[in-house]
Design a protein around this ligand. Structure first.
Ligand code: NDP
Ligand code: 2IT
Length: 449
């Protein structure tokens, strides 16, 4: 889709000329700007105050060296990143990703998305993201601990409970957060809510582990119900088998769906009887093994090498929960040909622009990650609240708040889409609703960033 507004287009062209190598970041920015024309057309202040030109440039970009000692006594070096993108509505907030392909483009795309997502949660959180090209896969616990300690030794200079509050993302789960939190506490002699996704014995929130996957299904359920559909009796394909995928499986199953396929970066499994999330949890969280070992538990299941083929599995509902650009145009055409109801994004930017076009123009329901995966960061916001008041809420209390937030996000996206002449377009609605909140705060605060 083209950007139909001269101001928006000039911001984009300038950015593309400045950062030609940042493909993922430019993709994420284009996706937002192409939906904002009606908003910018309606209010001249956004152009006068150059709100969009300011939004696409991070407030601060931190790049640092992370040296650590491996089990052989060799000194290794990785790169660390923290992009503090926008603090208009609250402290920077967003996850840390540890994976070998991490670079500035990926961290900037994630940080940019996080601005709008966090605004949609209704909680006061700005946008940020960080990580490293360190890959925890295949490393010993000792190596991971030493890496996390080194990473935090630098990162702690830039974060704080009222400044910037990181959390997990790909490759960063409870184990990594624990090691980083321990190091932060040791260096600063403070026990504060500076990271979310912490263990339950030291300030973590009940239901944070489940939150992104549960929230995705609460959102999809609200969206489907508004269109006379539901999970009940439907087959579901979930890509990935990490944090988001595992709990998306649990909630989709609880809501009456049957998850018949899941994947990791090596391949995918198909089990027409339904994949038990507890088996995936055991394989991934306890054994840290590959998804193909599912066949040791369920010999009647099928394993196929190569993760991209999962979209060939015929189902009613598709929940991409692995990584960016995992659904391309060809996969989207397959999903449409499979007769699906909808694609609801659990991962960040899983659909390429061409895939989104195919899915939407075929009339499928489609929700962008910044709306449908916002339950993770929303519950991080609830963890911050609990840390501030030094209380712990029950699982049911947090889960009920999460469900309410996801239903509100759906309603807000639908209302914004309607208001700006795009009824039913949840993608446009998410960008518009998120943008309006951040832009309003930026206007009110003057040229402060
Ligand atoms: P995990 O590390 O727990 O799991 C990631 C899963 O995706 C694994 O199964 C992994 O396979 C697979 N995967 C990762 N990278 C690739 C790749 N390049 N190609 C194919 N498969 C890949 O991460 P999360 O579940 O936390 O995150 C998944 C997605 O959800 C990400 O896009 C993340 O940004 C997004 N997200 C996460 C939130 C959270 O709270 N954790 C909140 C909102 C969004 P393998 O094991 O082989 O590496
Ligand atoms: O992409 C995301 O929203 C996350 N990885 C969660 C961020 C957070 O701060 O909980």
């Amino acid at each position: 889709m083209a950007i139909n507004n001269a101001y928006l287009n000039s911001v984009y062209e300038d950015l593309a000329a400045r950062y030609p190598e940042q493909a993922e970041f430019l993709e994420a920015v284009h996706e937002v700007l192409e939906t904002l024309s009606p908003v910018v057309d309606a209010d001249p202040r956004y152009e006068q105050q150059n709100i969009i030109g300011r939004m696409v440039e991070p407030e601060r970009t931190i790049l640092f060296r992370v040296p650590w000692v491996d089990d052989q006594g060799k000194v290794q070096v990785n790169r660390g990143y923290r992009v503090q993108f926008n603090s208009a509505i609250g402290p920077y907030k967003g996850g840390l990703r540890f994976r070998n392909n991490v670079n500035l483009s990926i961290i900037k795309f994630l940080g940019f998305e996080q601005i709008f997502k966090n605004a949609l949660t209704t909680l006061p959180m700005g946008g940020g993201k960080g990580g490293s090209d360190f890959d925890p896969k295949g490393k010993s616990d000792g190596e991971i601990m030493r890496f996390c300690q080194s990473f935090m030794t630098e990162l702690r200079k830039h974060i704080g409970p009222d400044t910037d509050v990181p959390a997990g993302d790909i490759g960063v789960g409870g184990r990594e957060i624990g090691y980083m939190y321990g190091q932060y506490k040791r260096l600063t002699n403070t026990h504060v809510g500076v990271l979310t996704g912490k263990g339950l014995t030291f300030g973590g929130s009940l239901a944070r582990t489940e939150a992104t996957g549960f929230g995705l299904c609460y959102f999809a359920d609200a969206y489907m119900k508004a269109n006379g559909k539901s999970f009940e009796g439907k087959s579901v394909v979930v890509s990935g088998s990490g944090n988001v995928a595992t709990y998306a499986n649990q909630k989709a199953t609880q809501l009456g769906g049957k998850v018949i396929a899941m994947s990791d970066s090596n391949g995918y499994i198909v089990d027409e009887n339904g994949i038990d999330f507890k088996v995936i949890k055991e394989i991934k969280e306890v054994k840290r093994a590959r998804i193909k070992t599912y066949l040791d538990y369920v010999p009647t299941a099928k394993y196929v090498e190569g993760c991209a083929g999962i979209w060939n599995v015929k189902a009613d509902i598709y929940l991409p929960c692995a990584t960016q650009n995992e659904i391309d145009e060809a996969s989207a055409k397959t999903i449409v040909a499979n007769g699906a109801i909808g694609v609801f994004e659990g991962s960040n930017m899983p659909c390429t622009p061409e895939a989104i076009e195919v899915i939407k123009s075929a009339g499928l329901l489609y929700s962008p990650g910044k709306a449908s995966n916002a339950g993770g960061v929303a519950t991080s916001g609830l963890e911050m609240s609990q840390n501030s008041e030094r209380l712990s809420w029950s699982f049911d209390e947090v889960d009920a708040k999460l469900k309410g937030i996801m239903e509100t996000i759906y309603a807000d996206c639908a209302a914004a889409a309607e208001r700006f002449g795009k009824p039913g377009d949840i993608q446009a609605g998410a960008n518009i609703a998120g943008f309006l909140k951040v832009a309003e705060a930026m206007l009110a605060q003057g040229v402060a960033y």
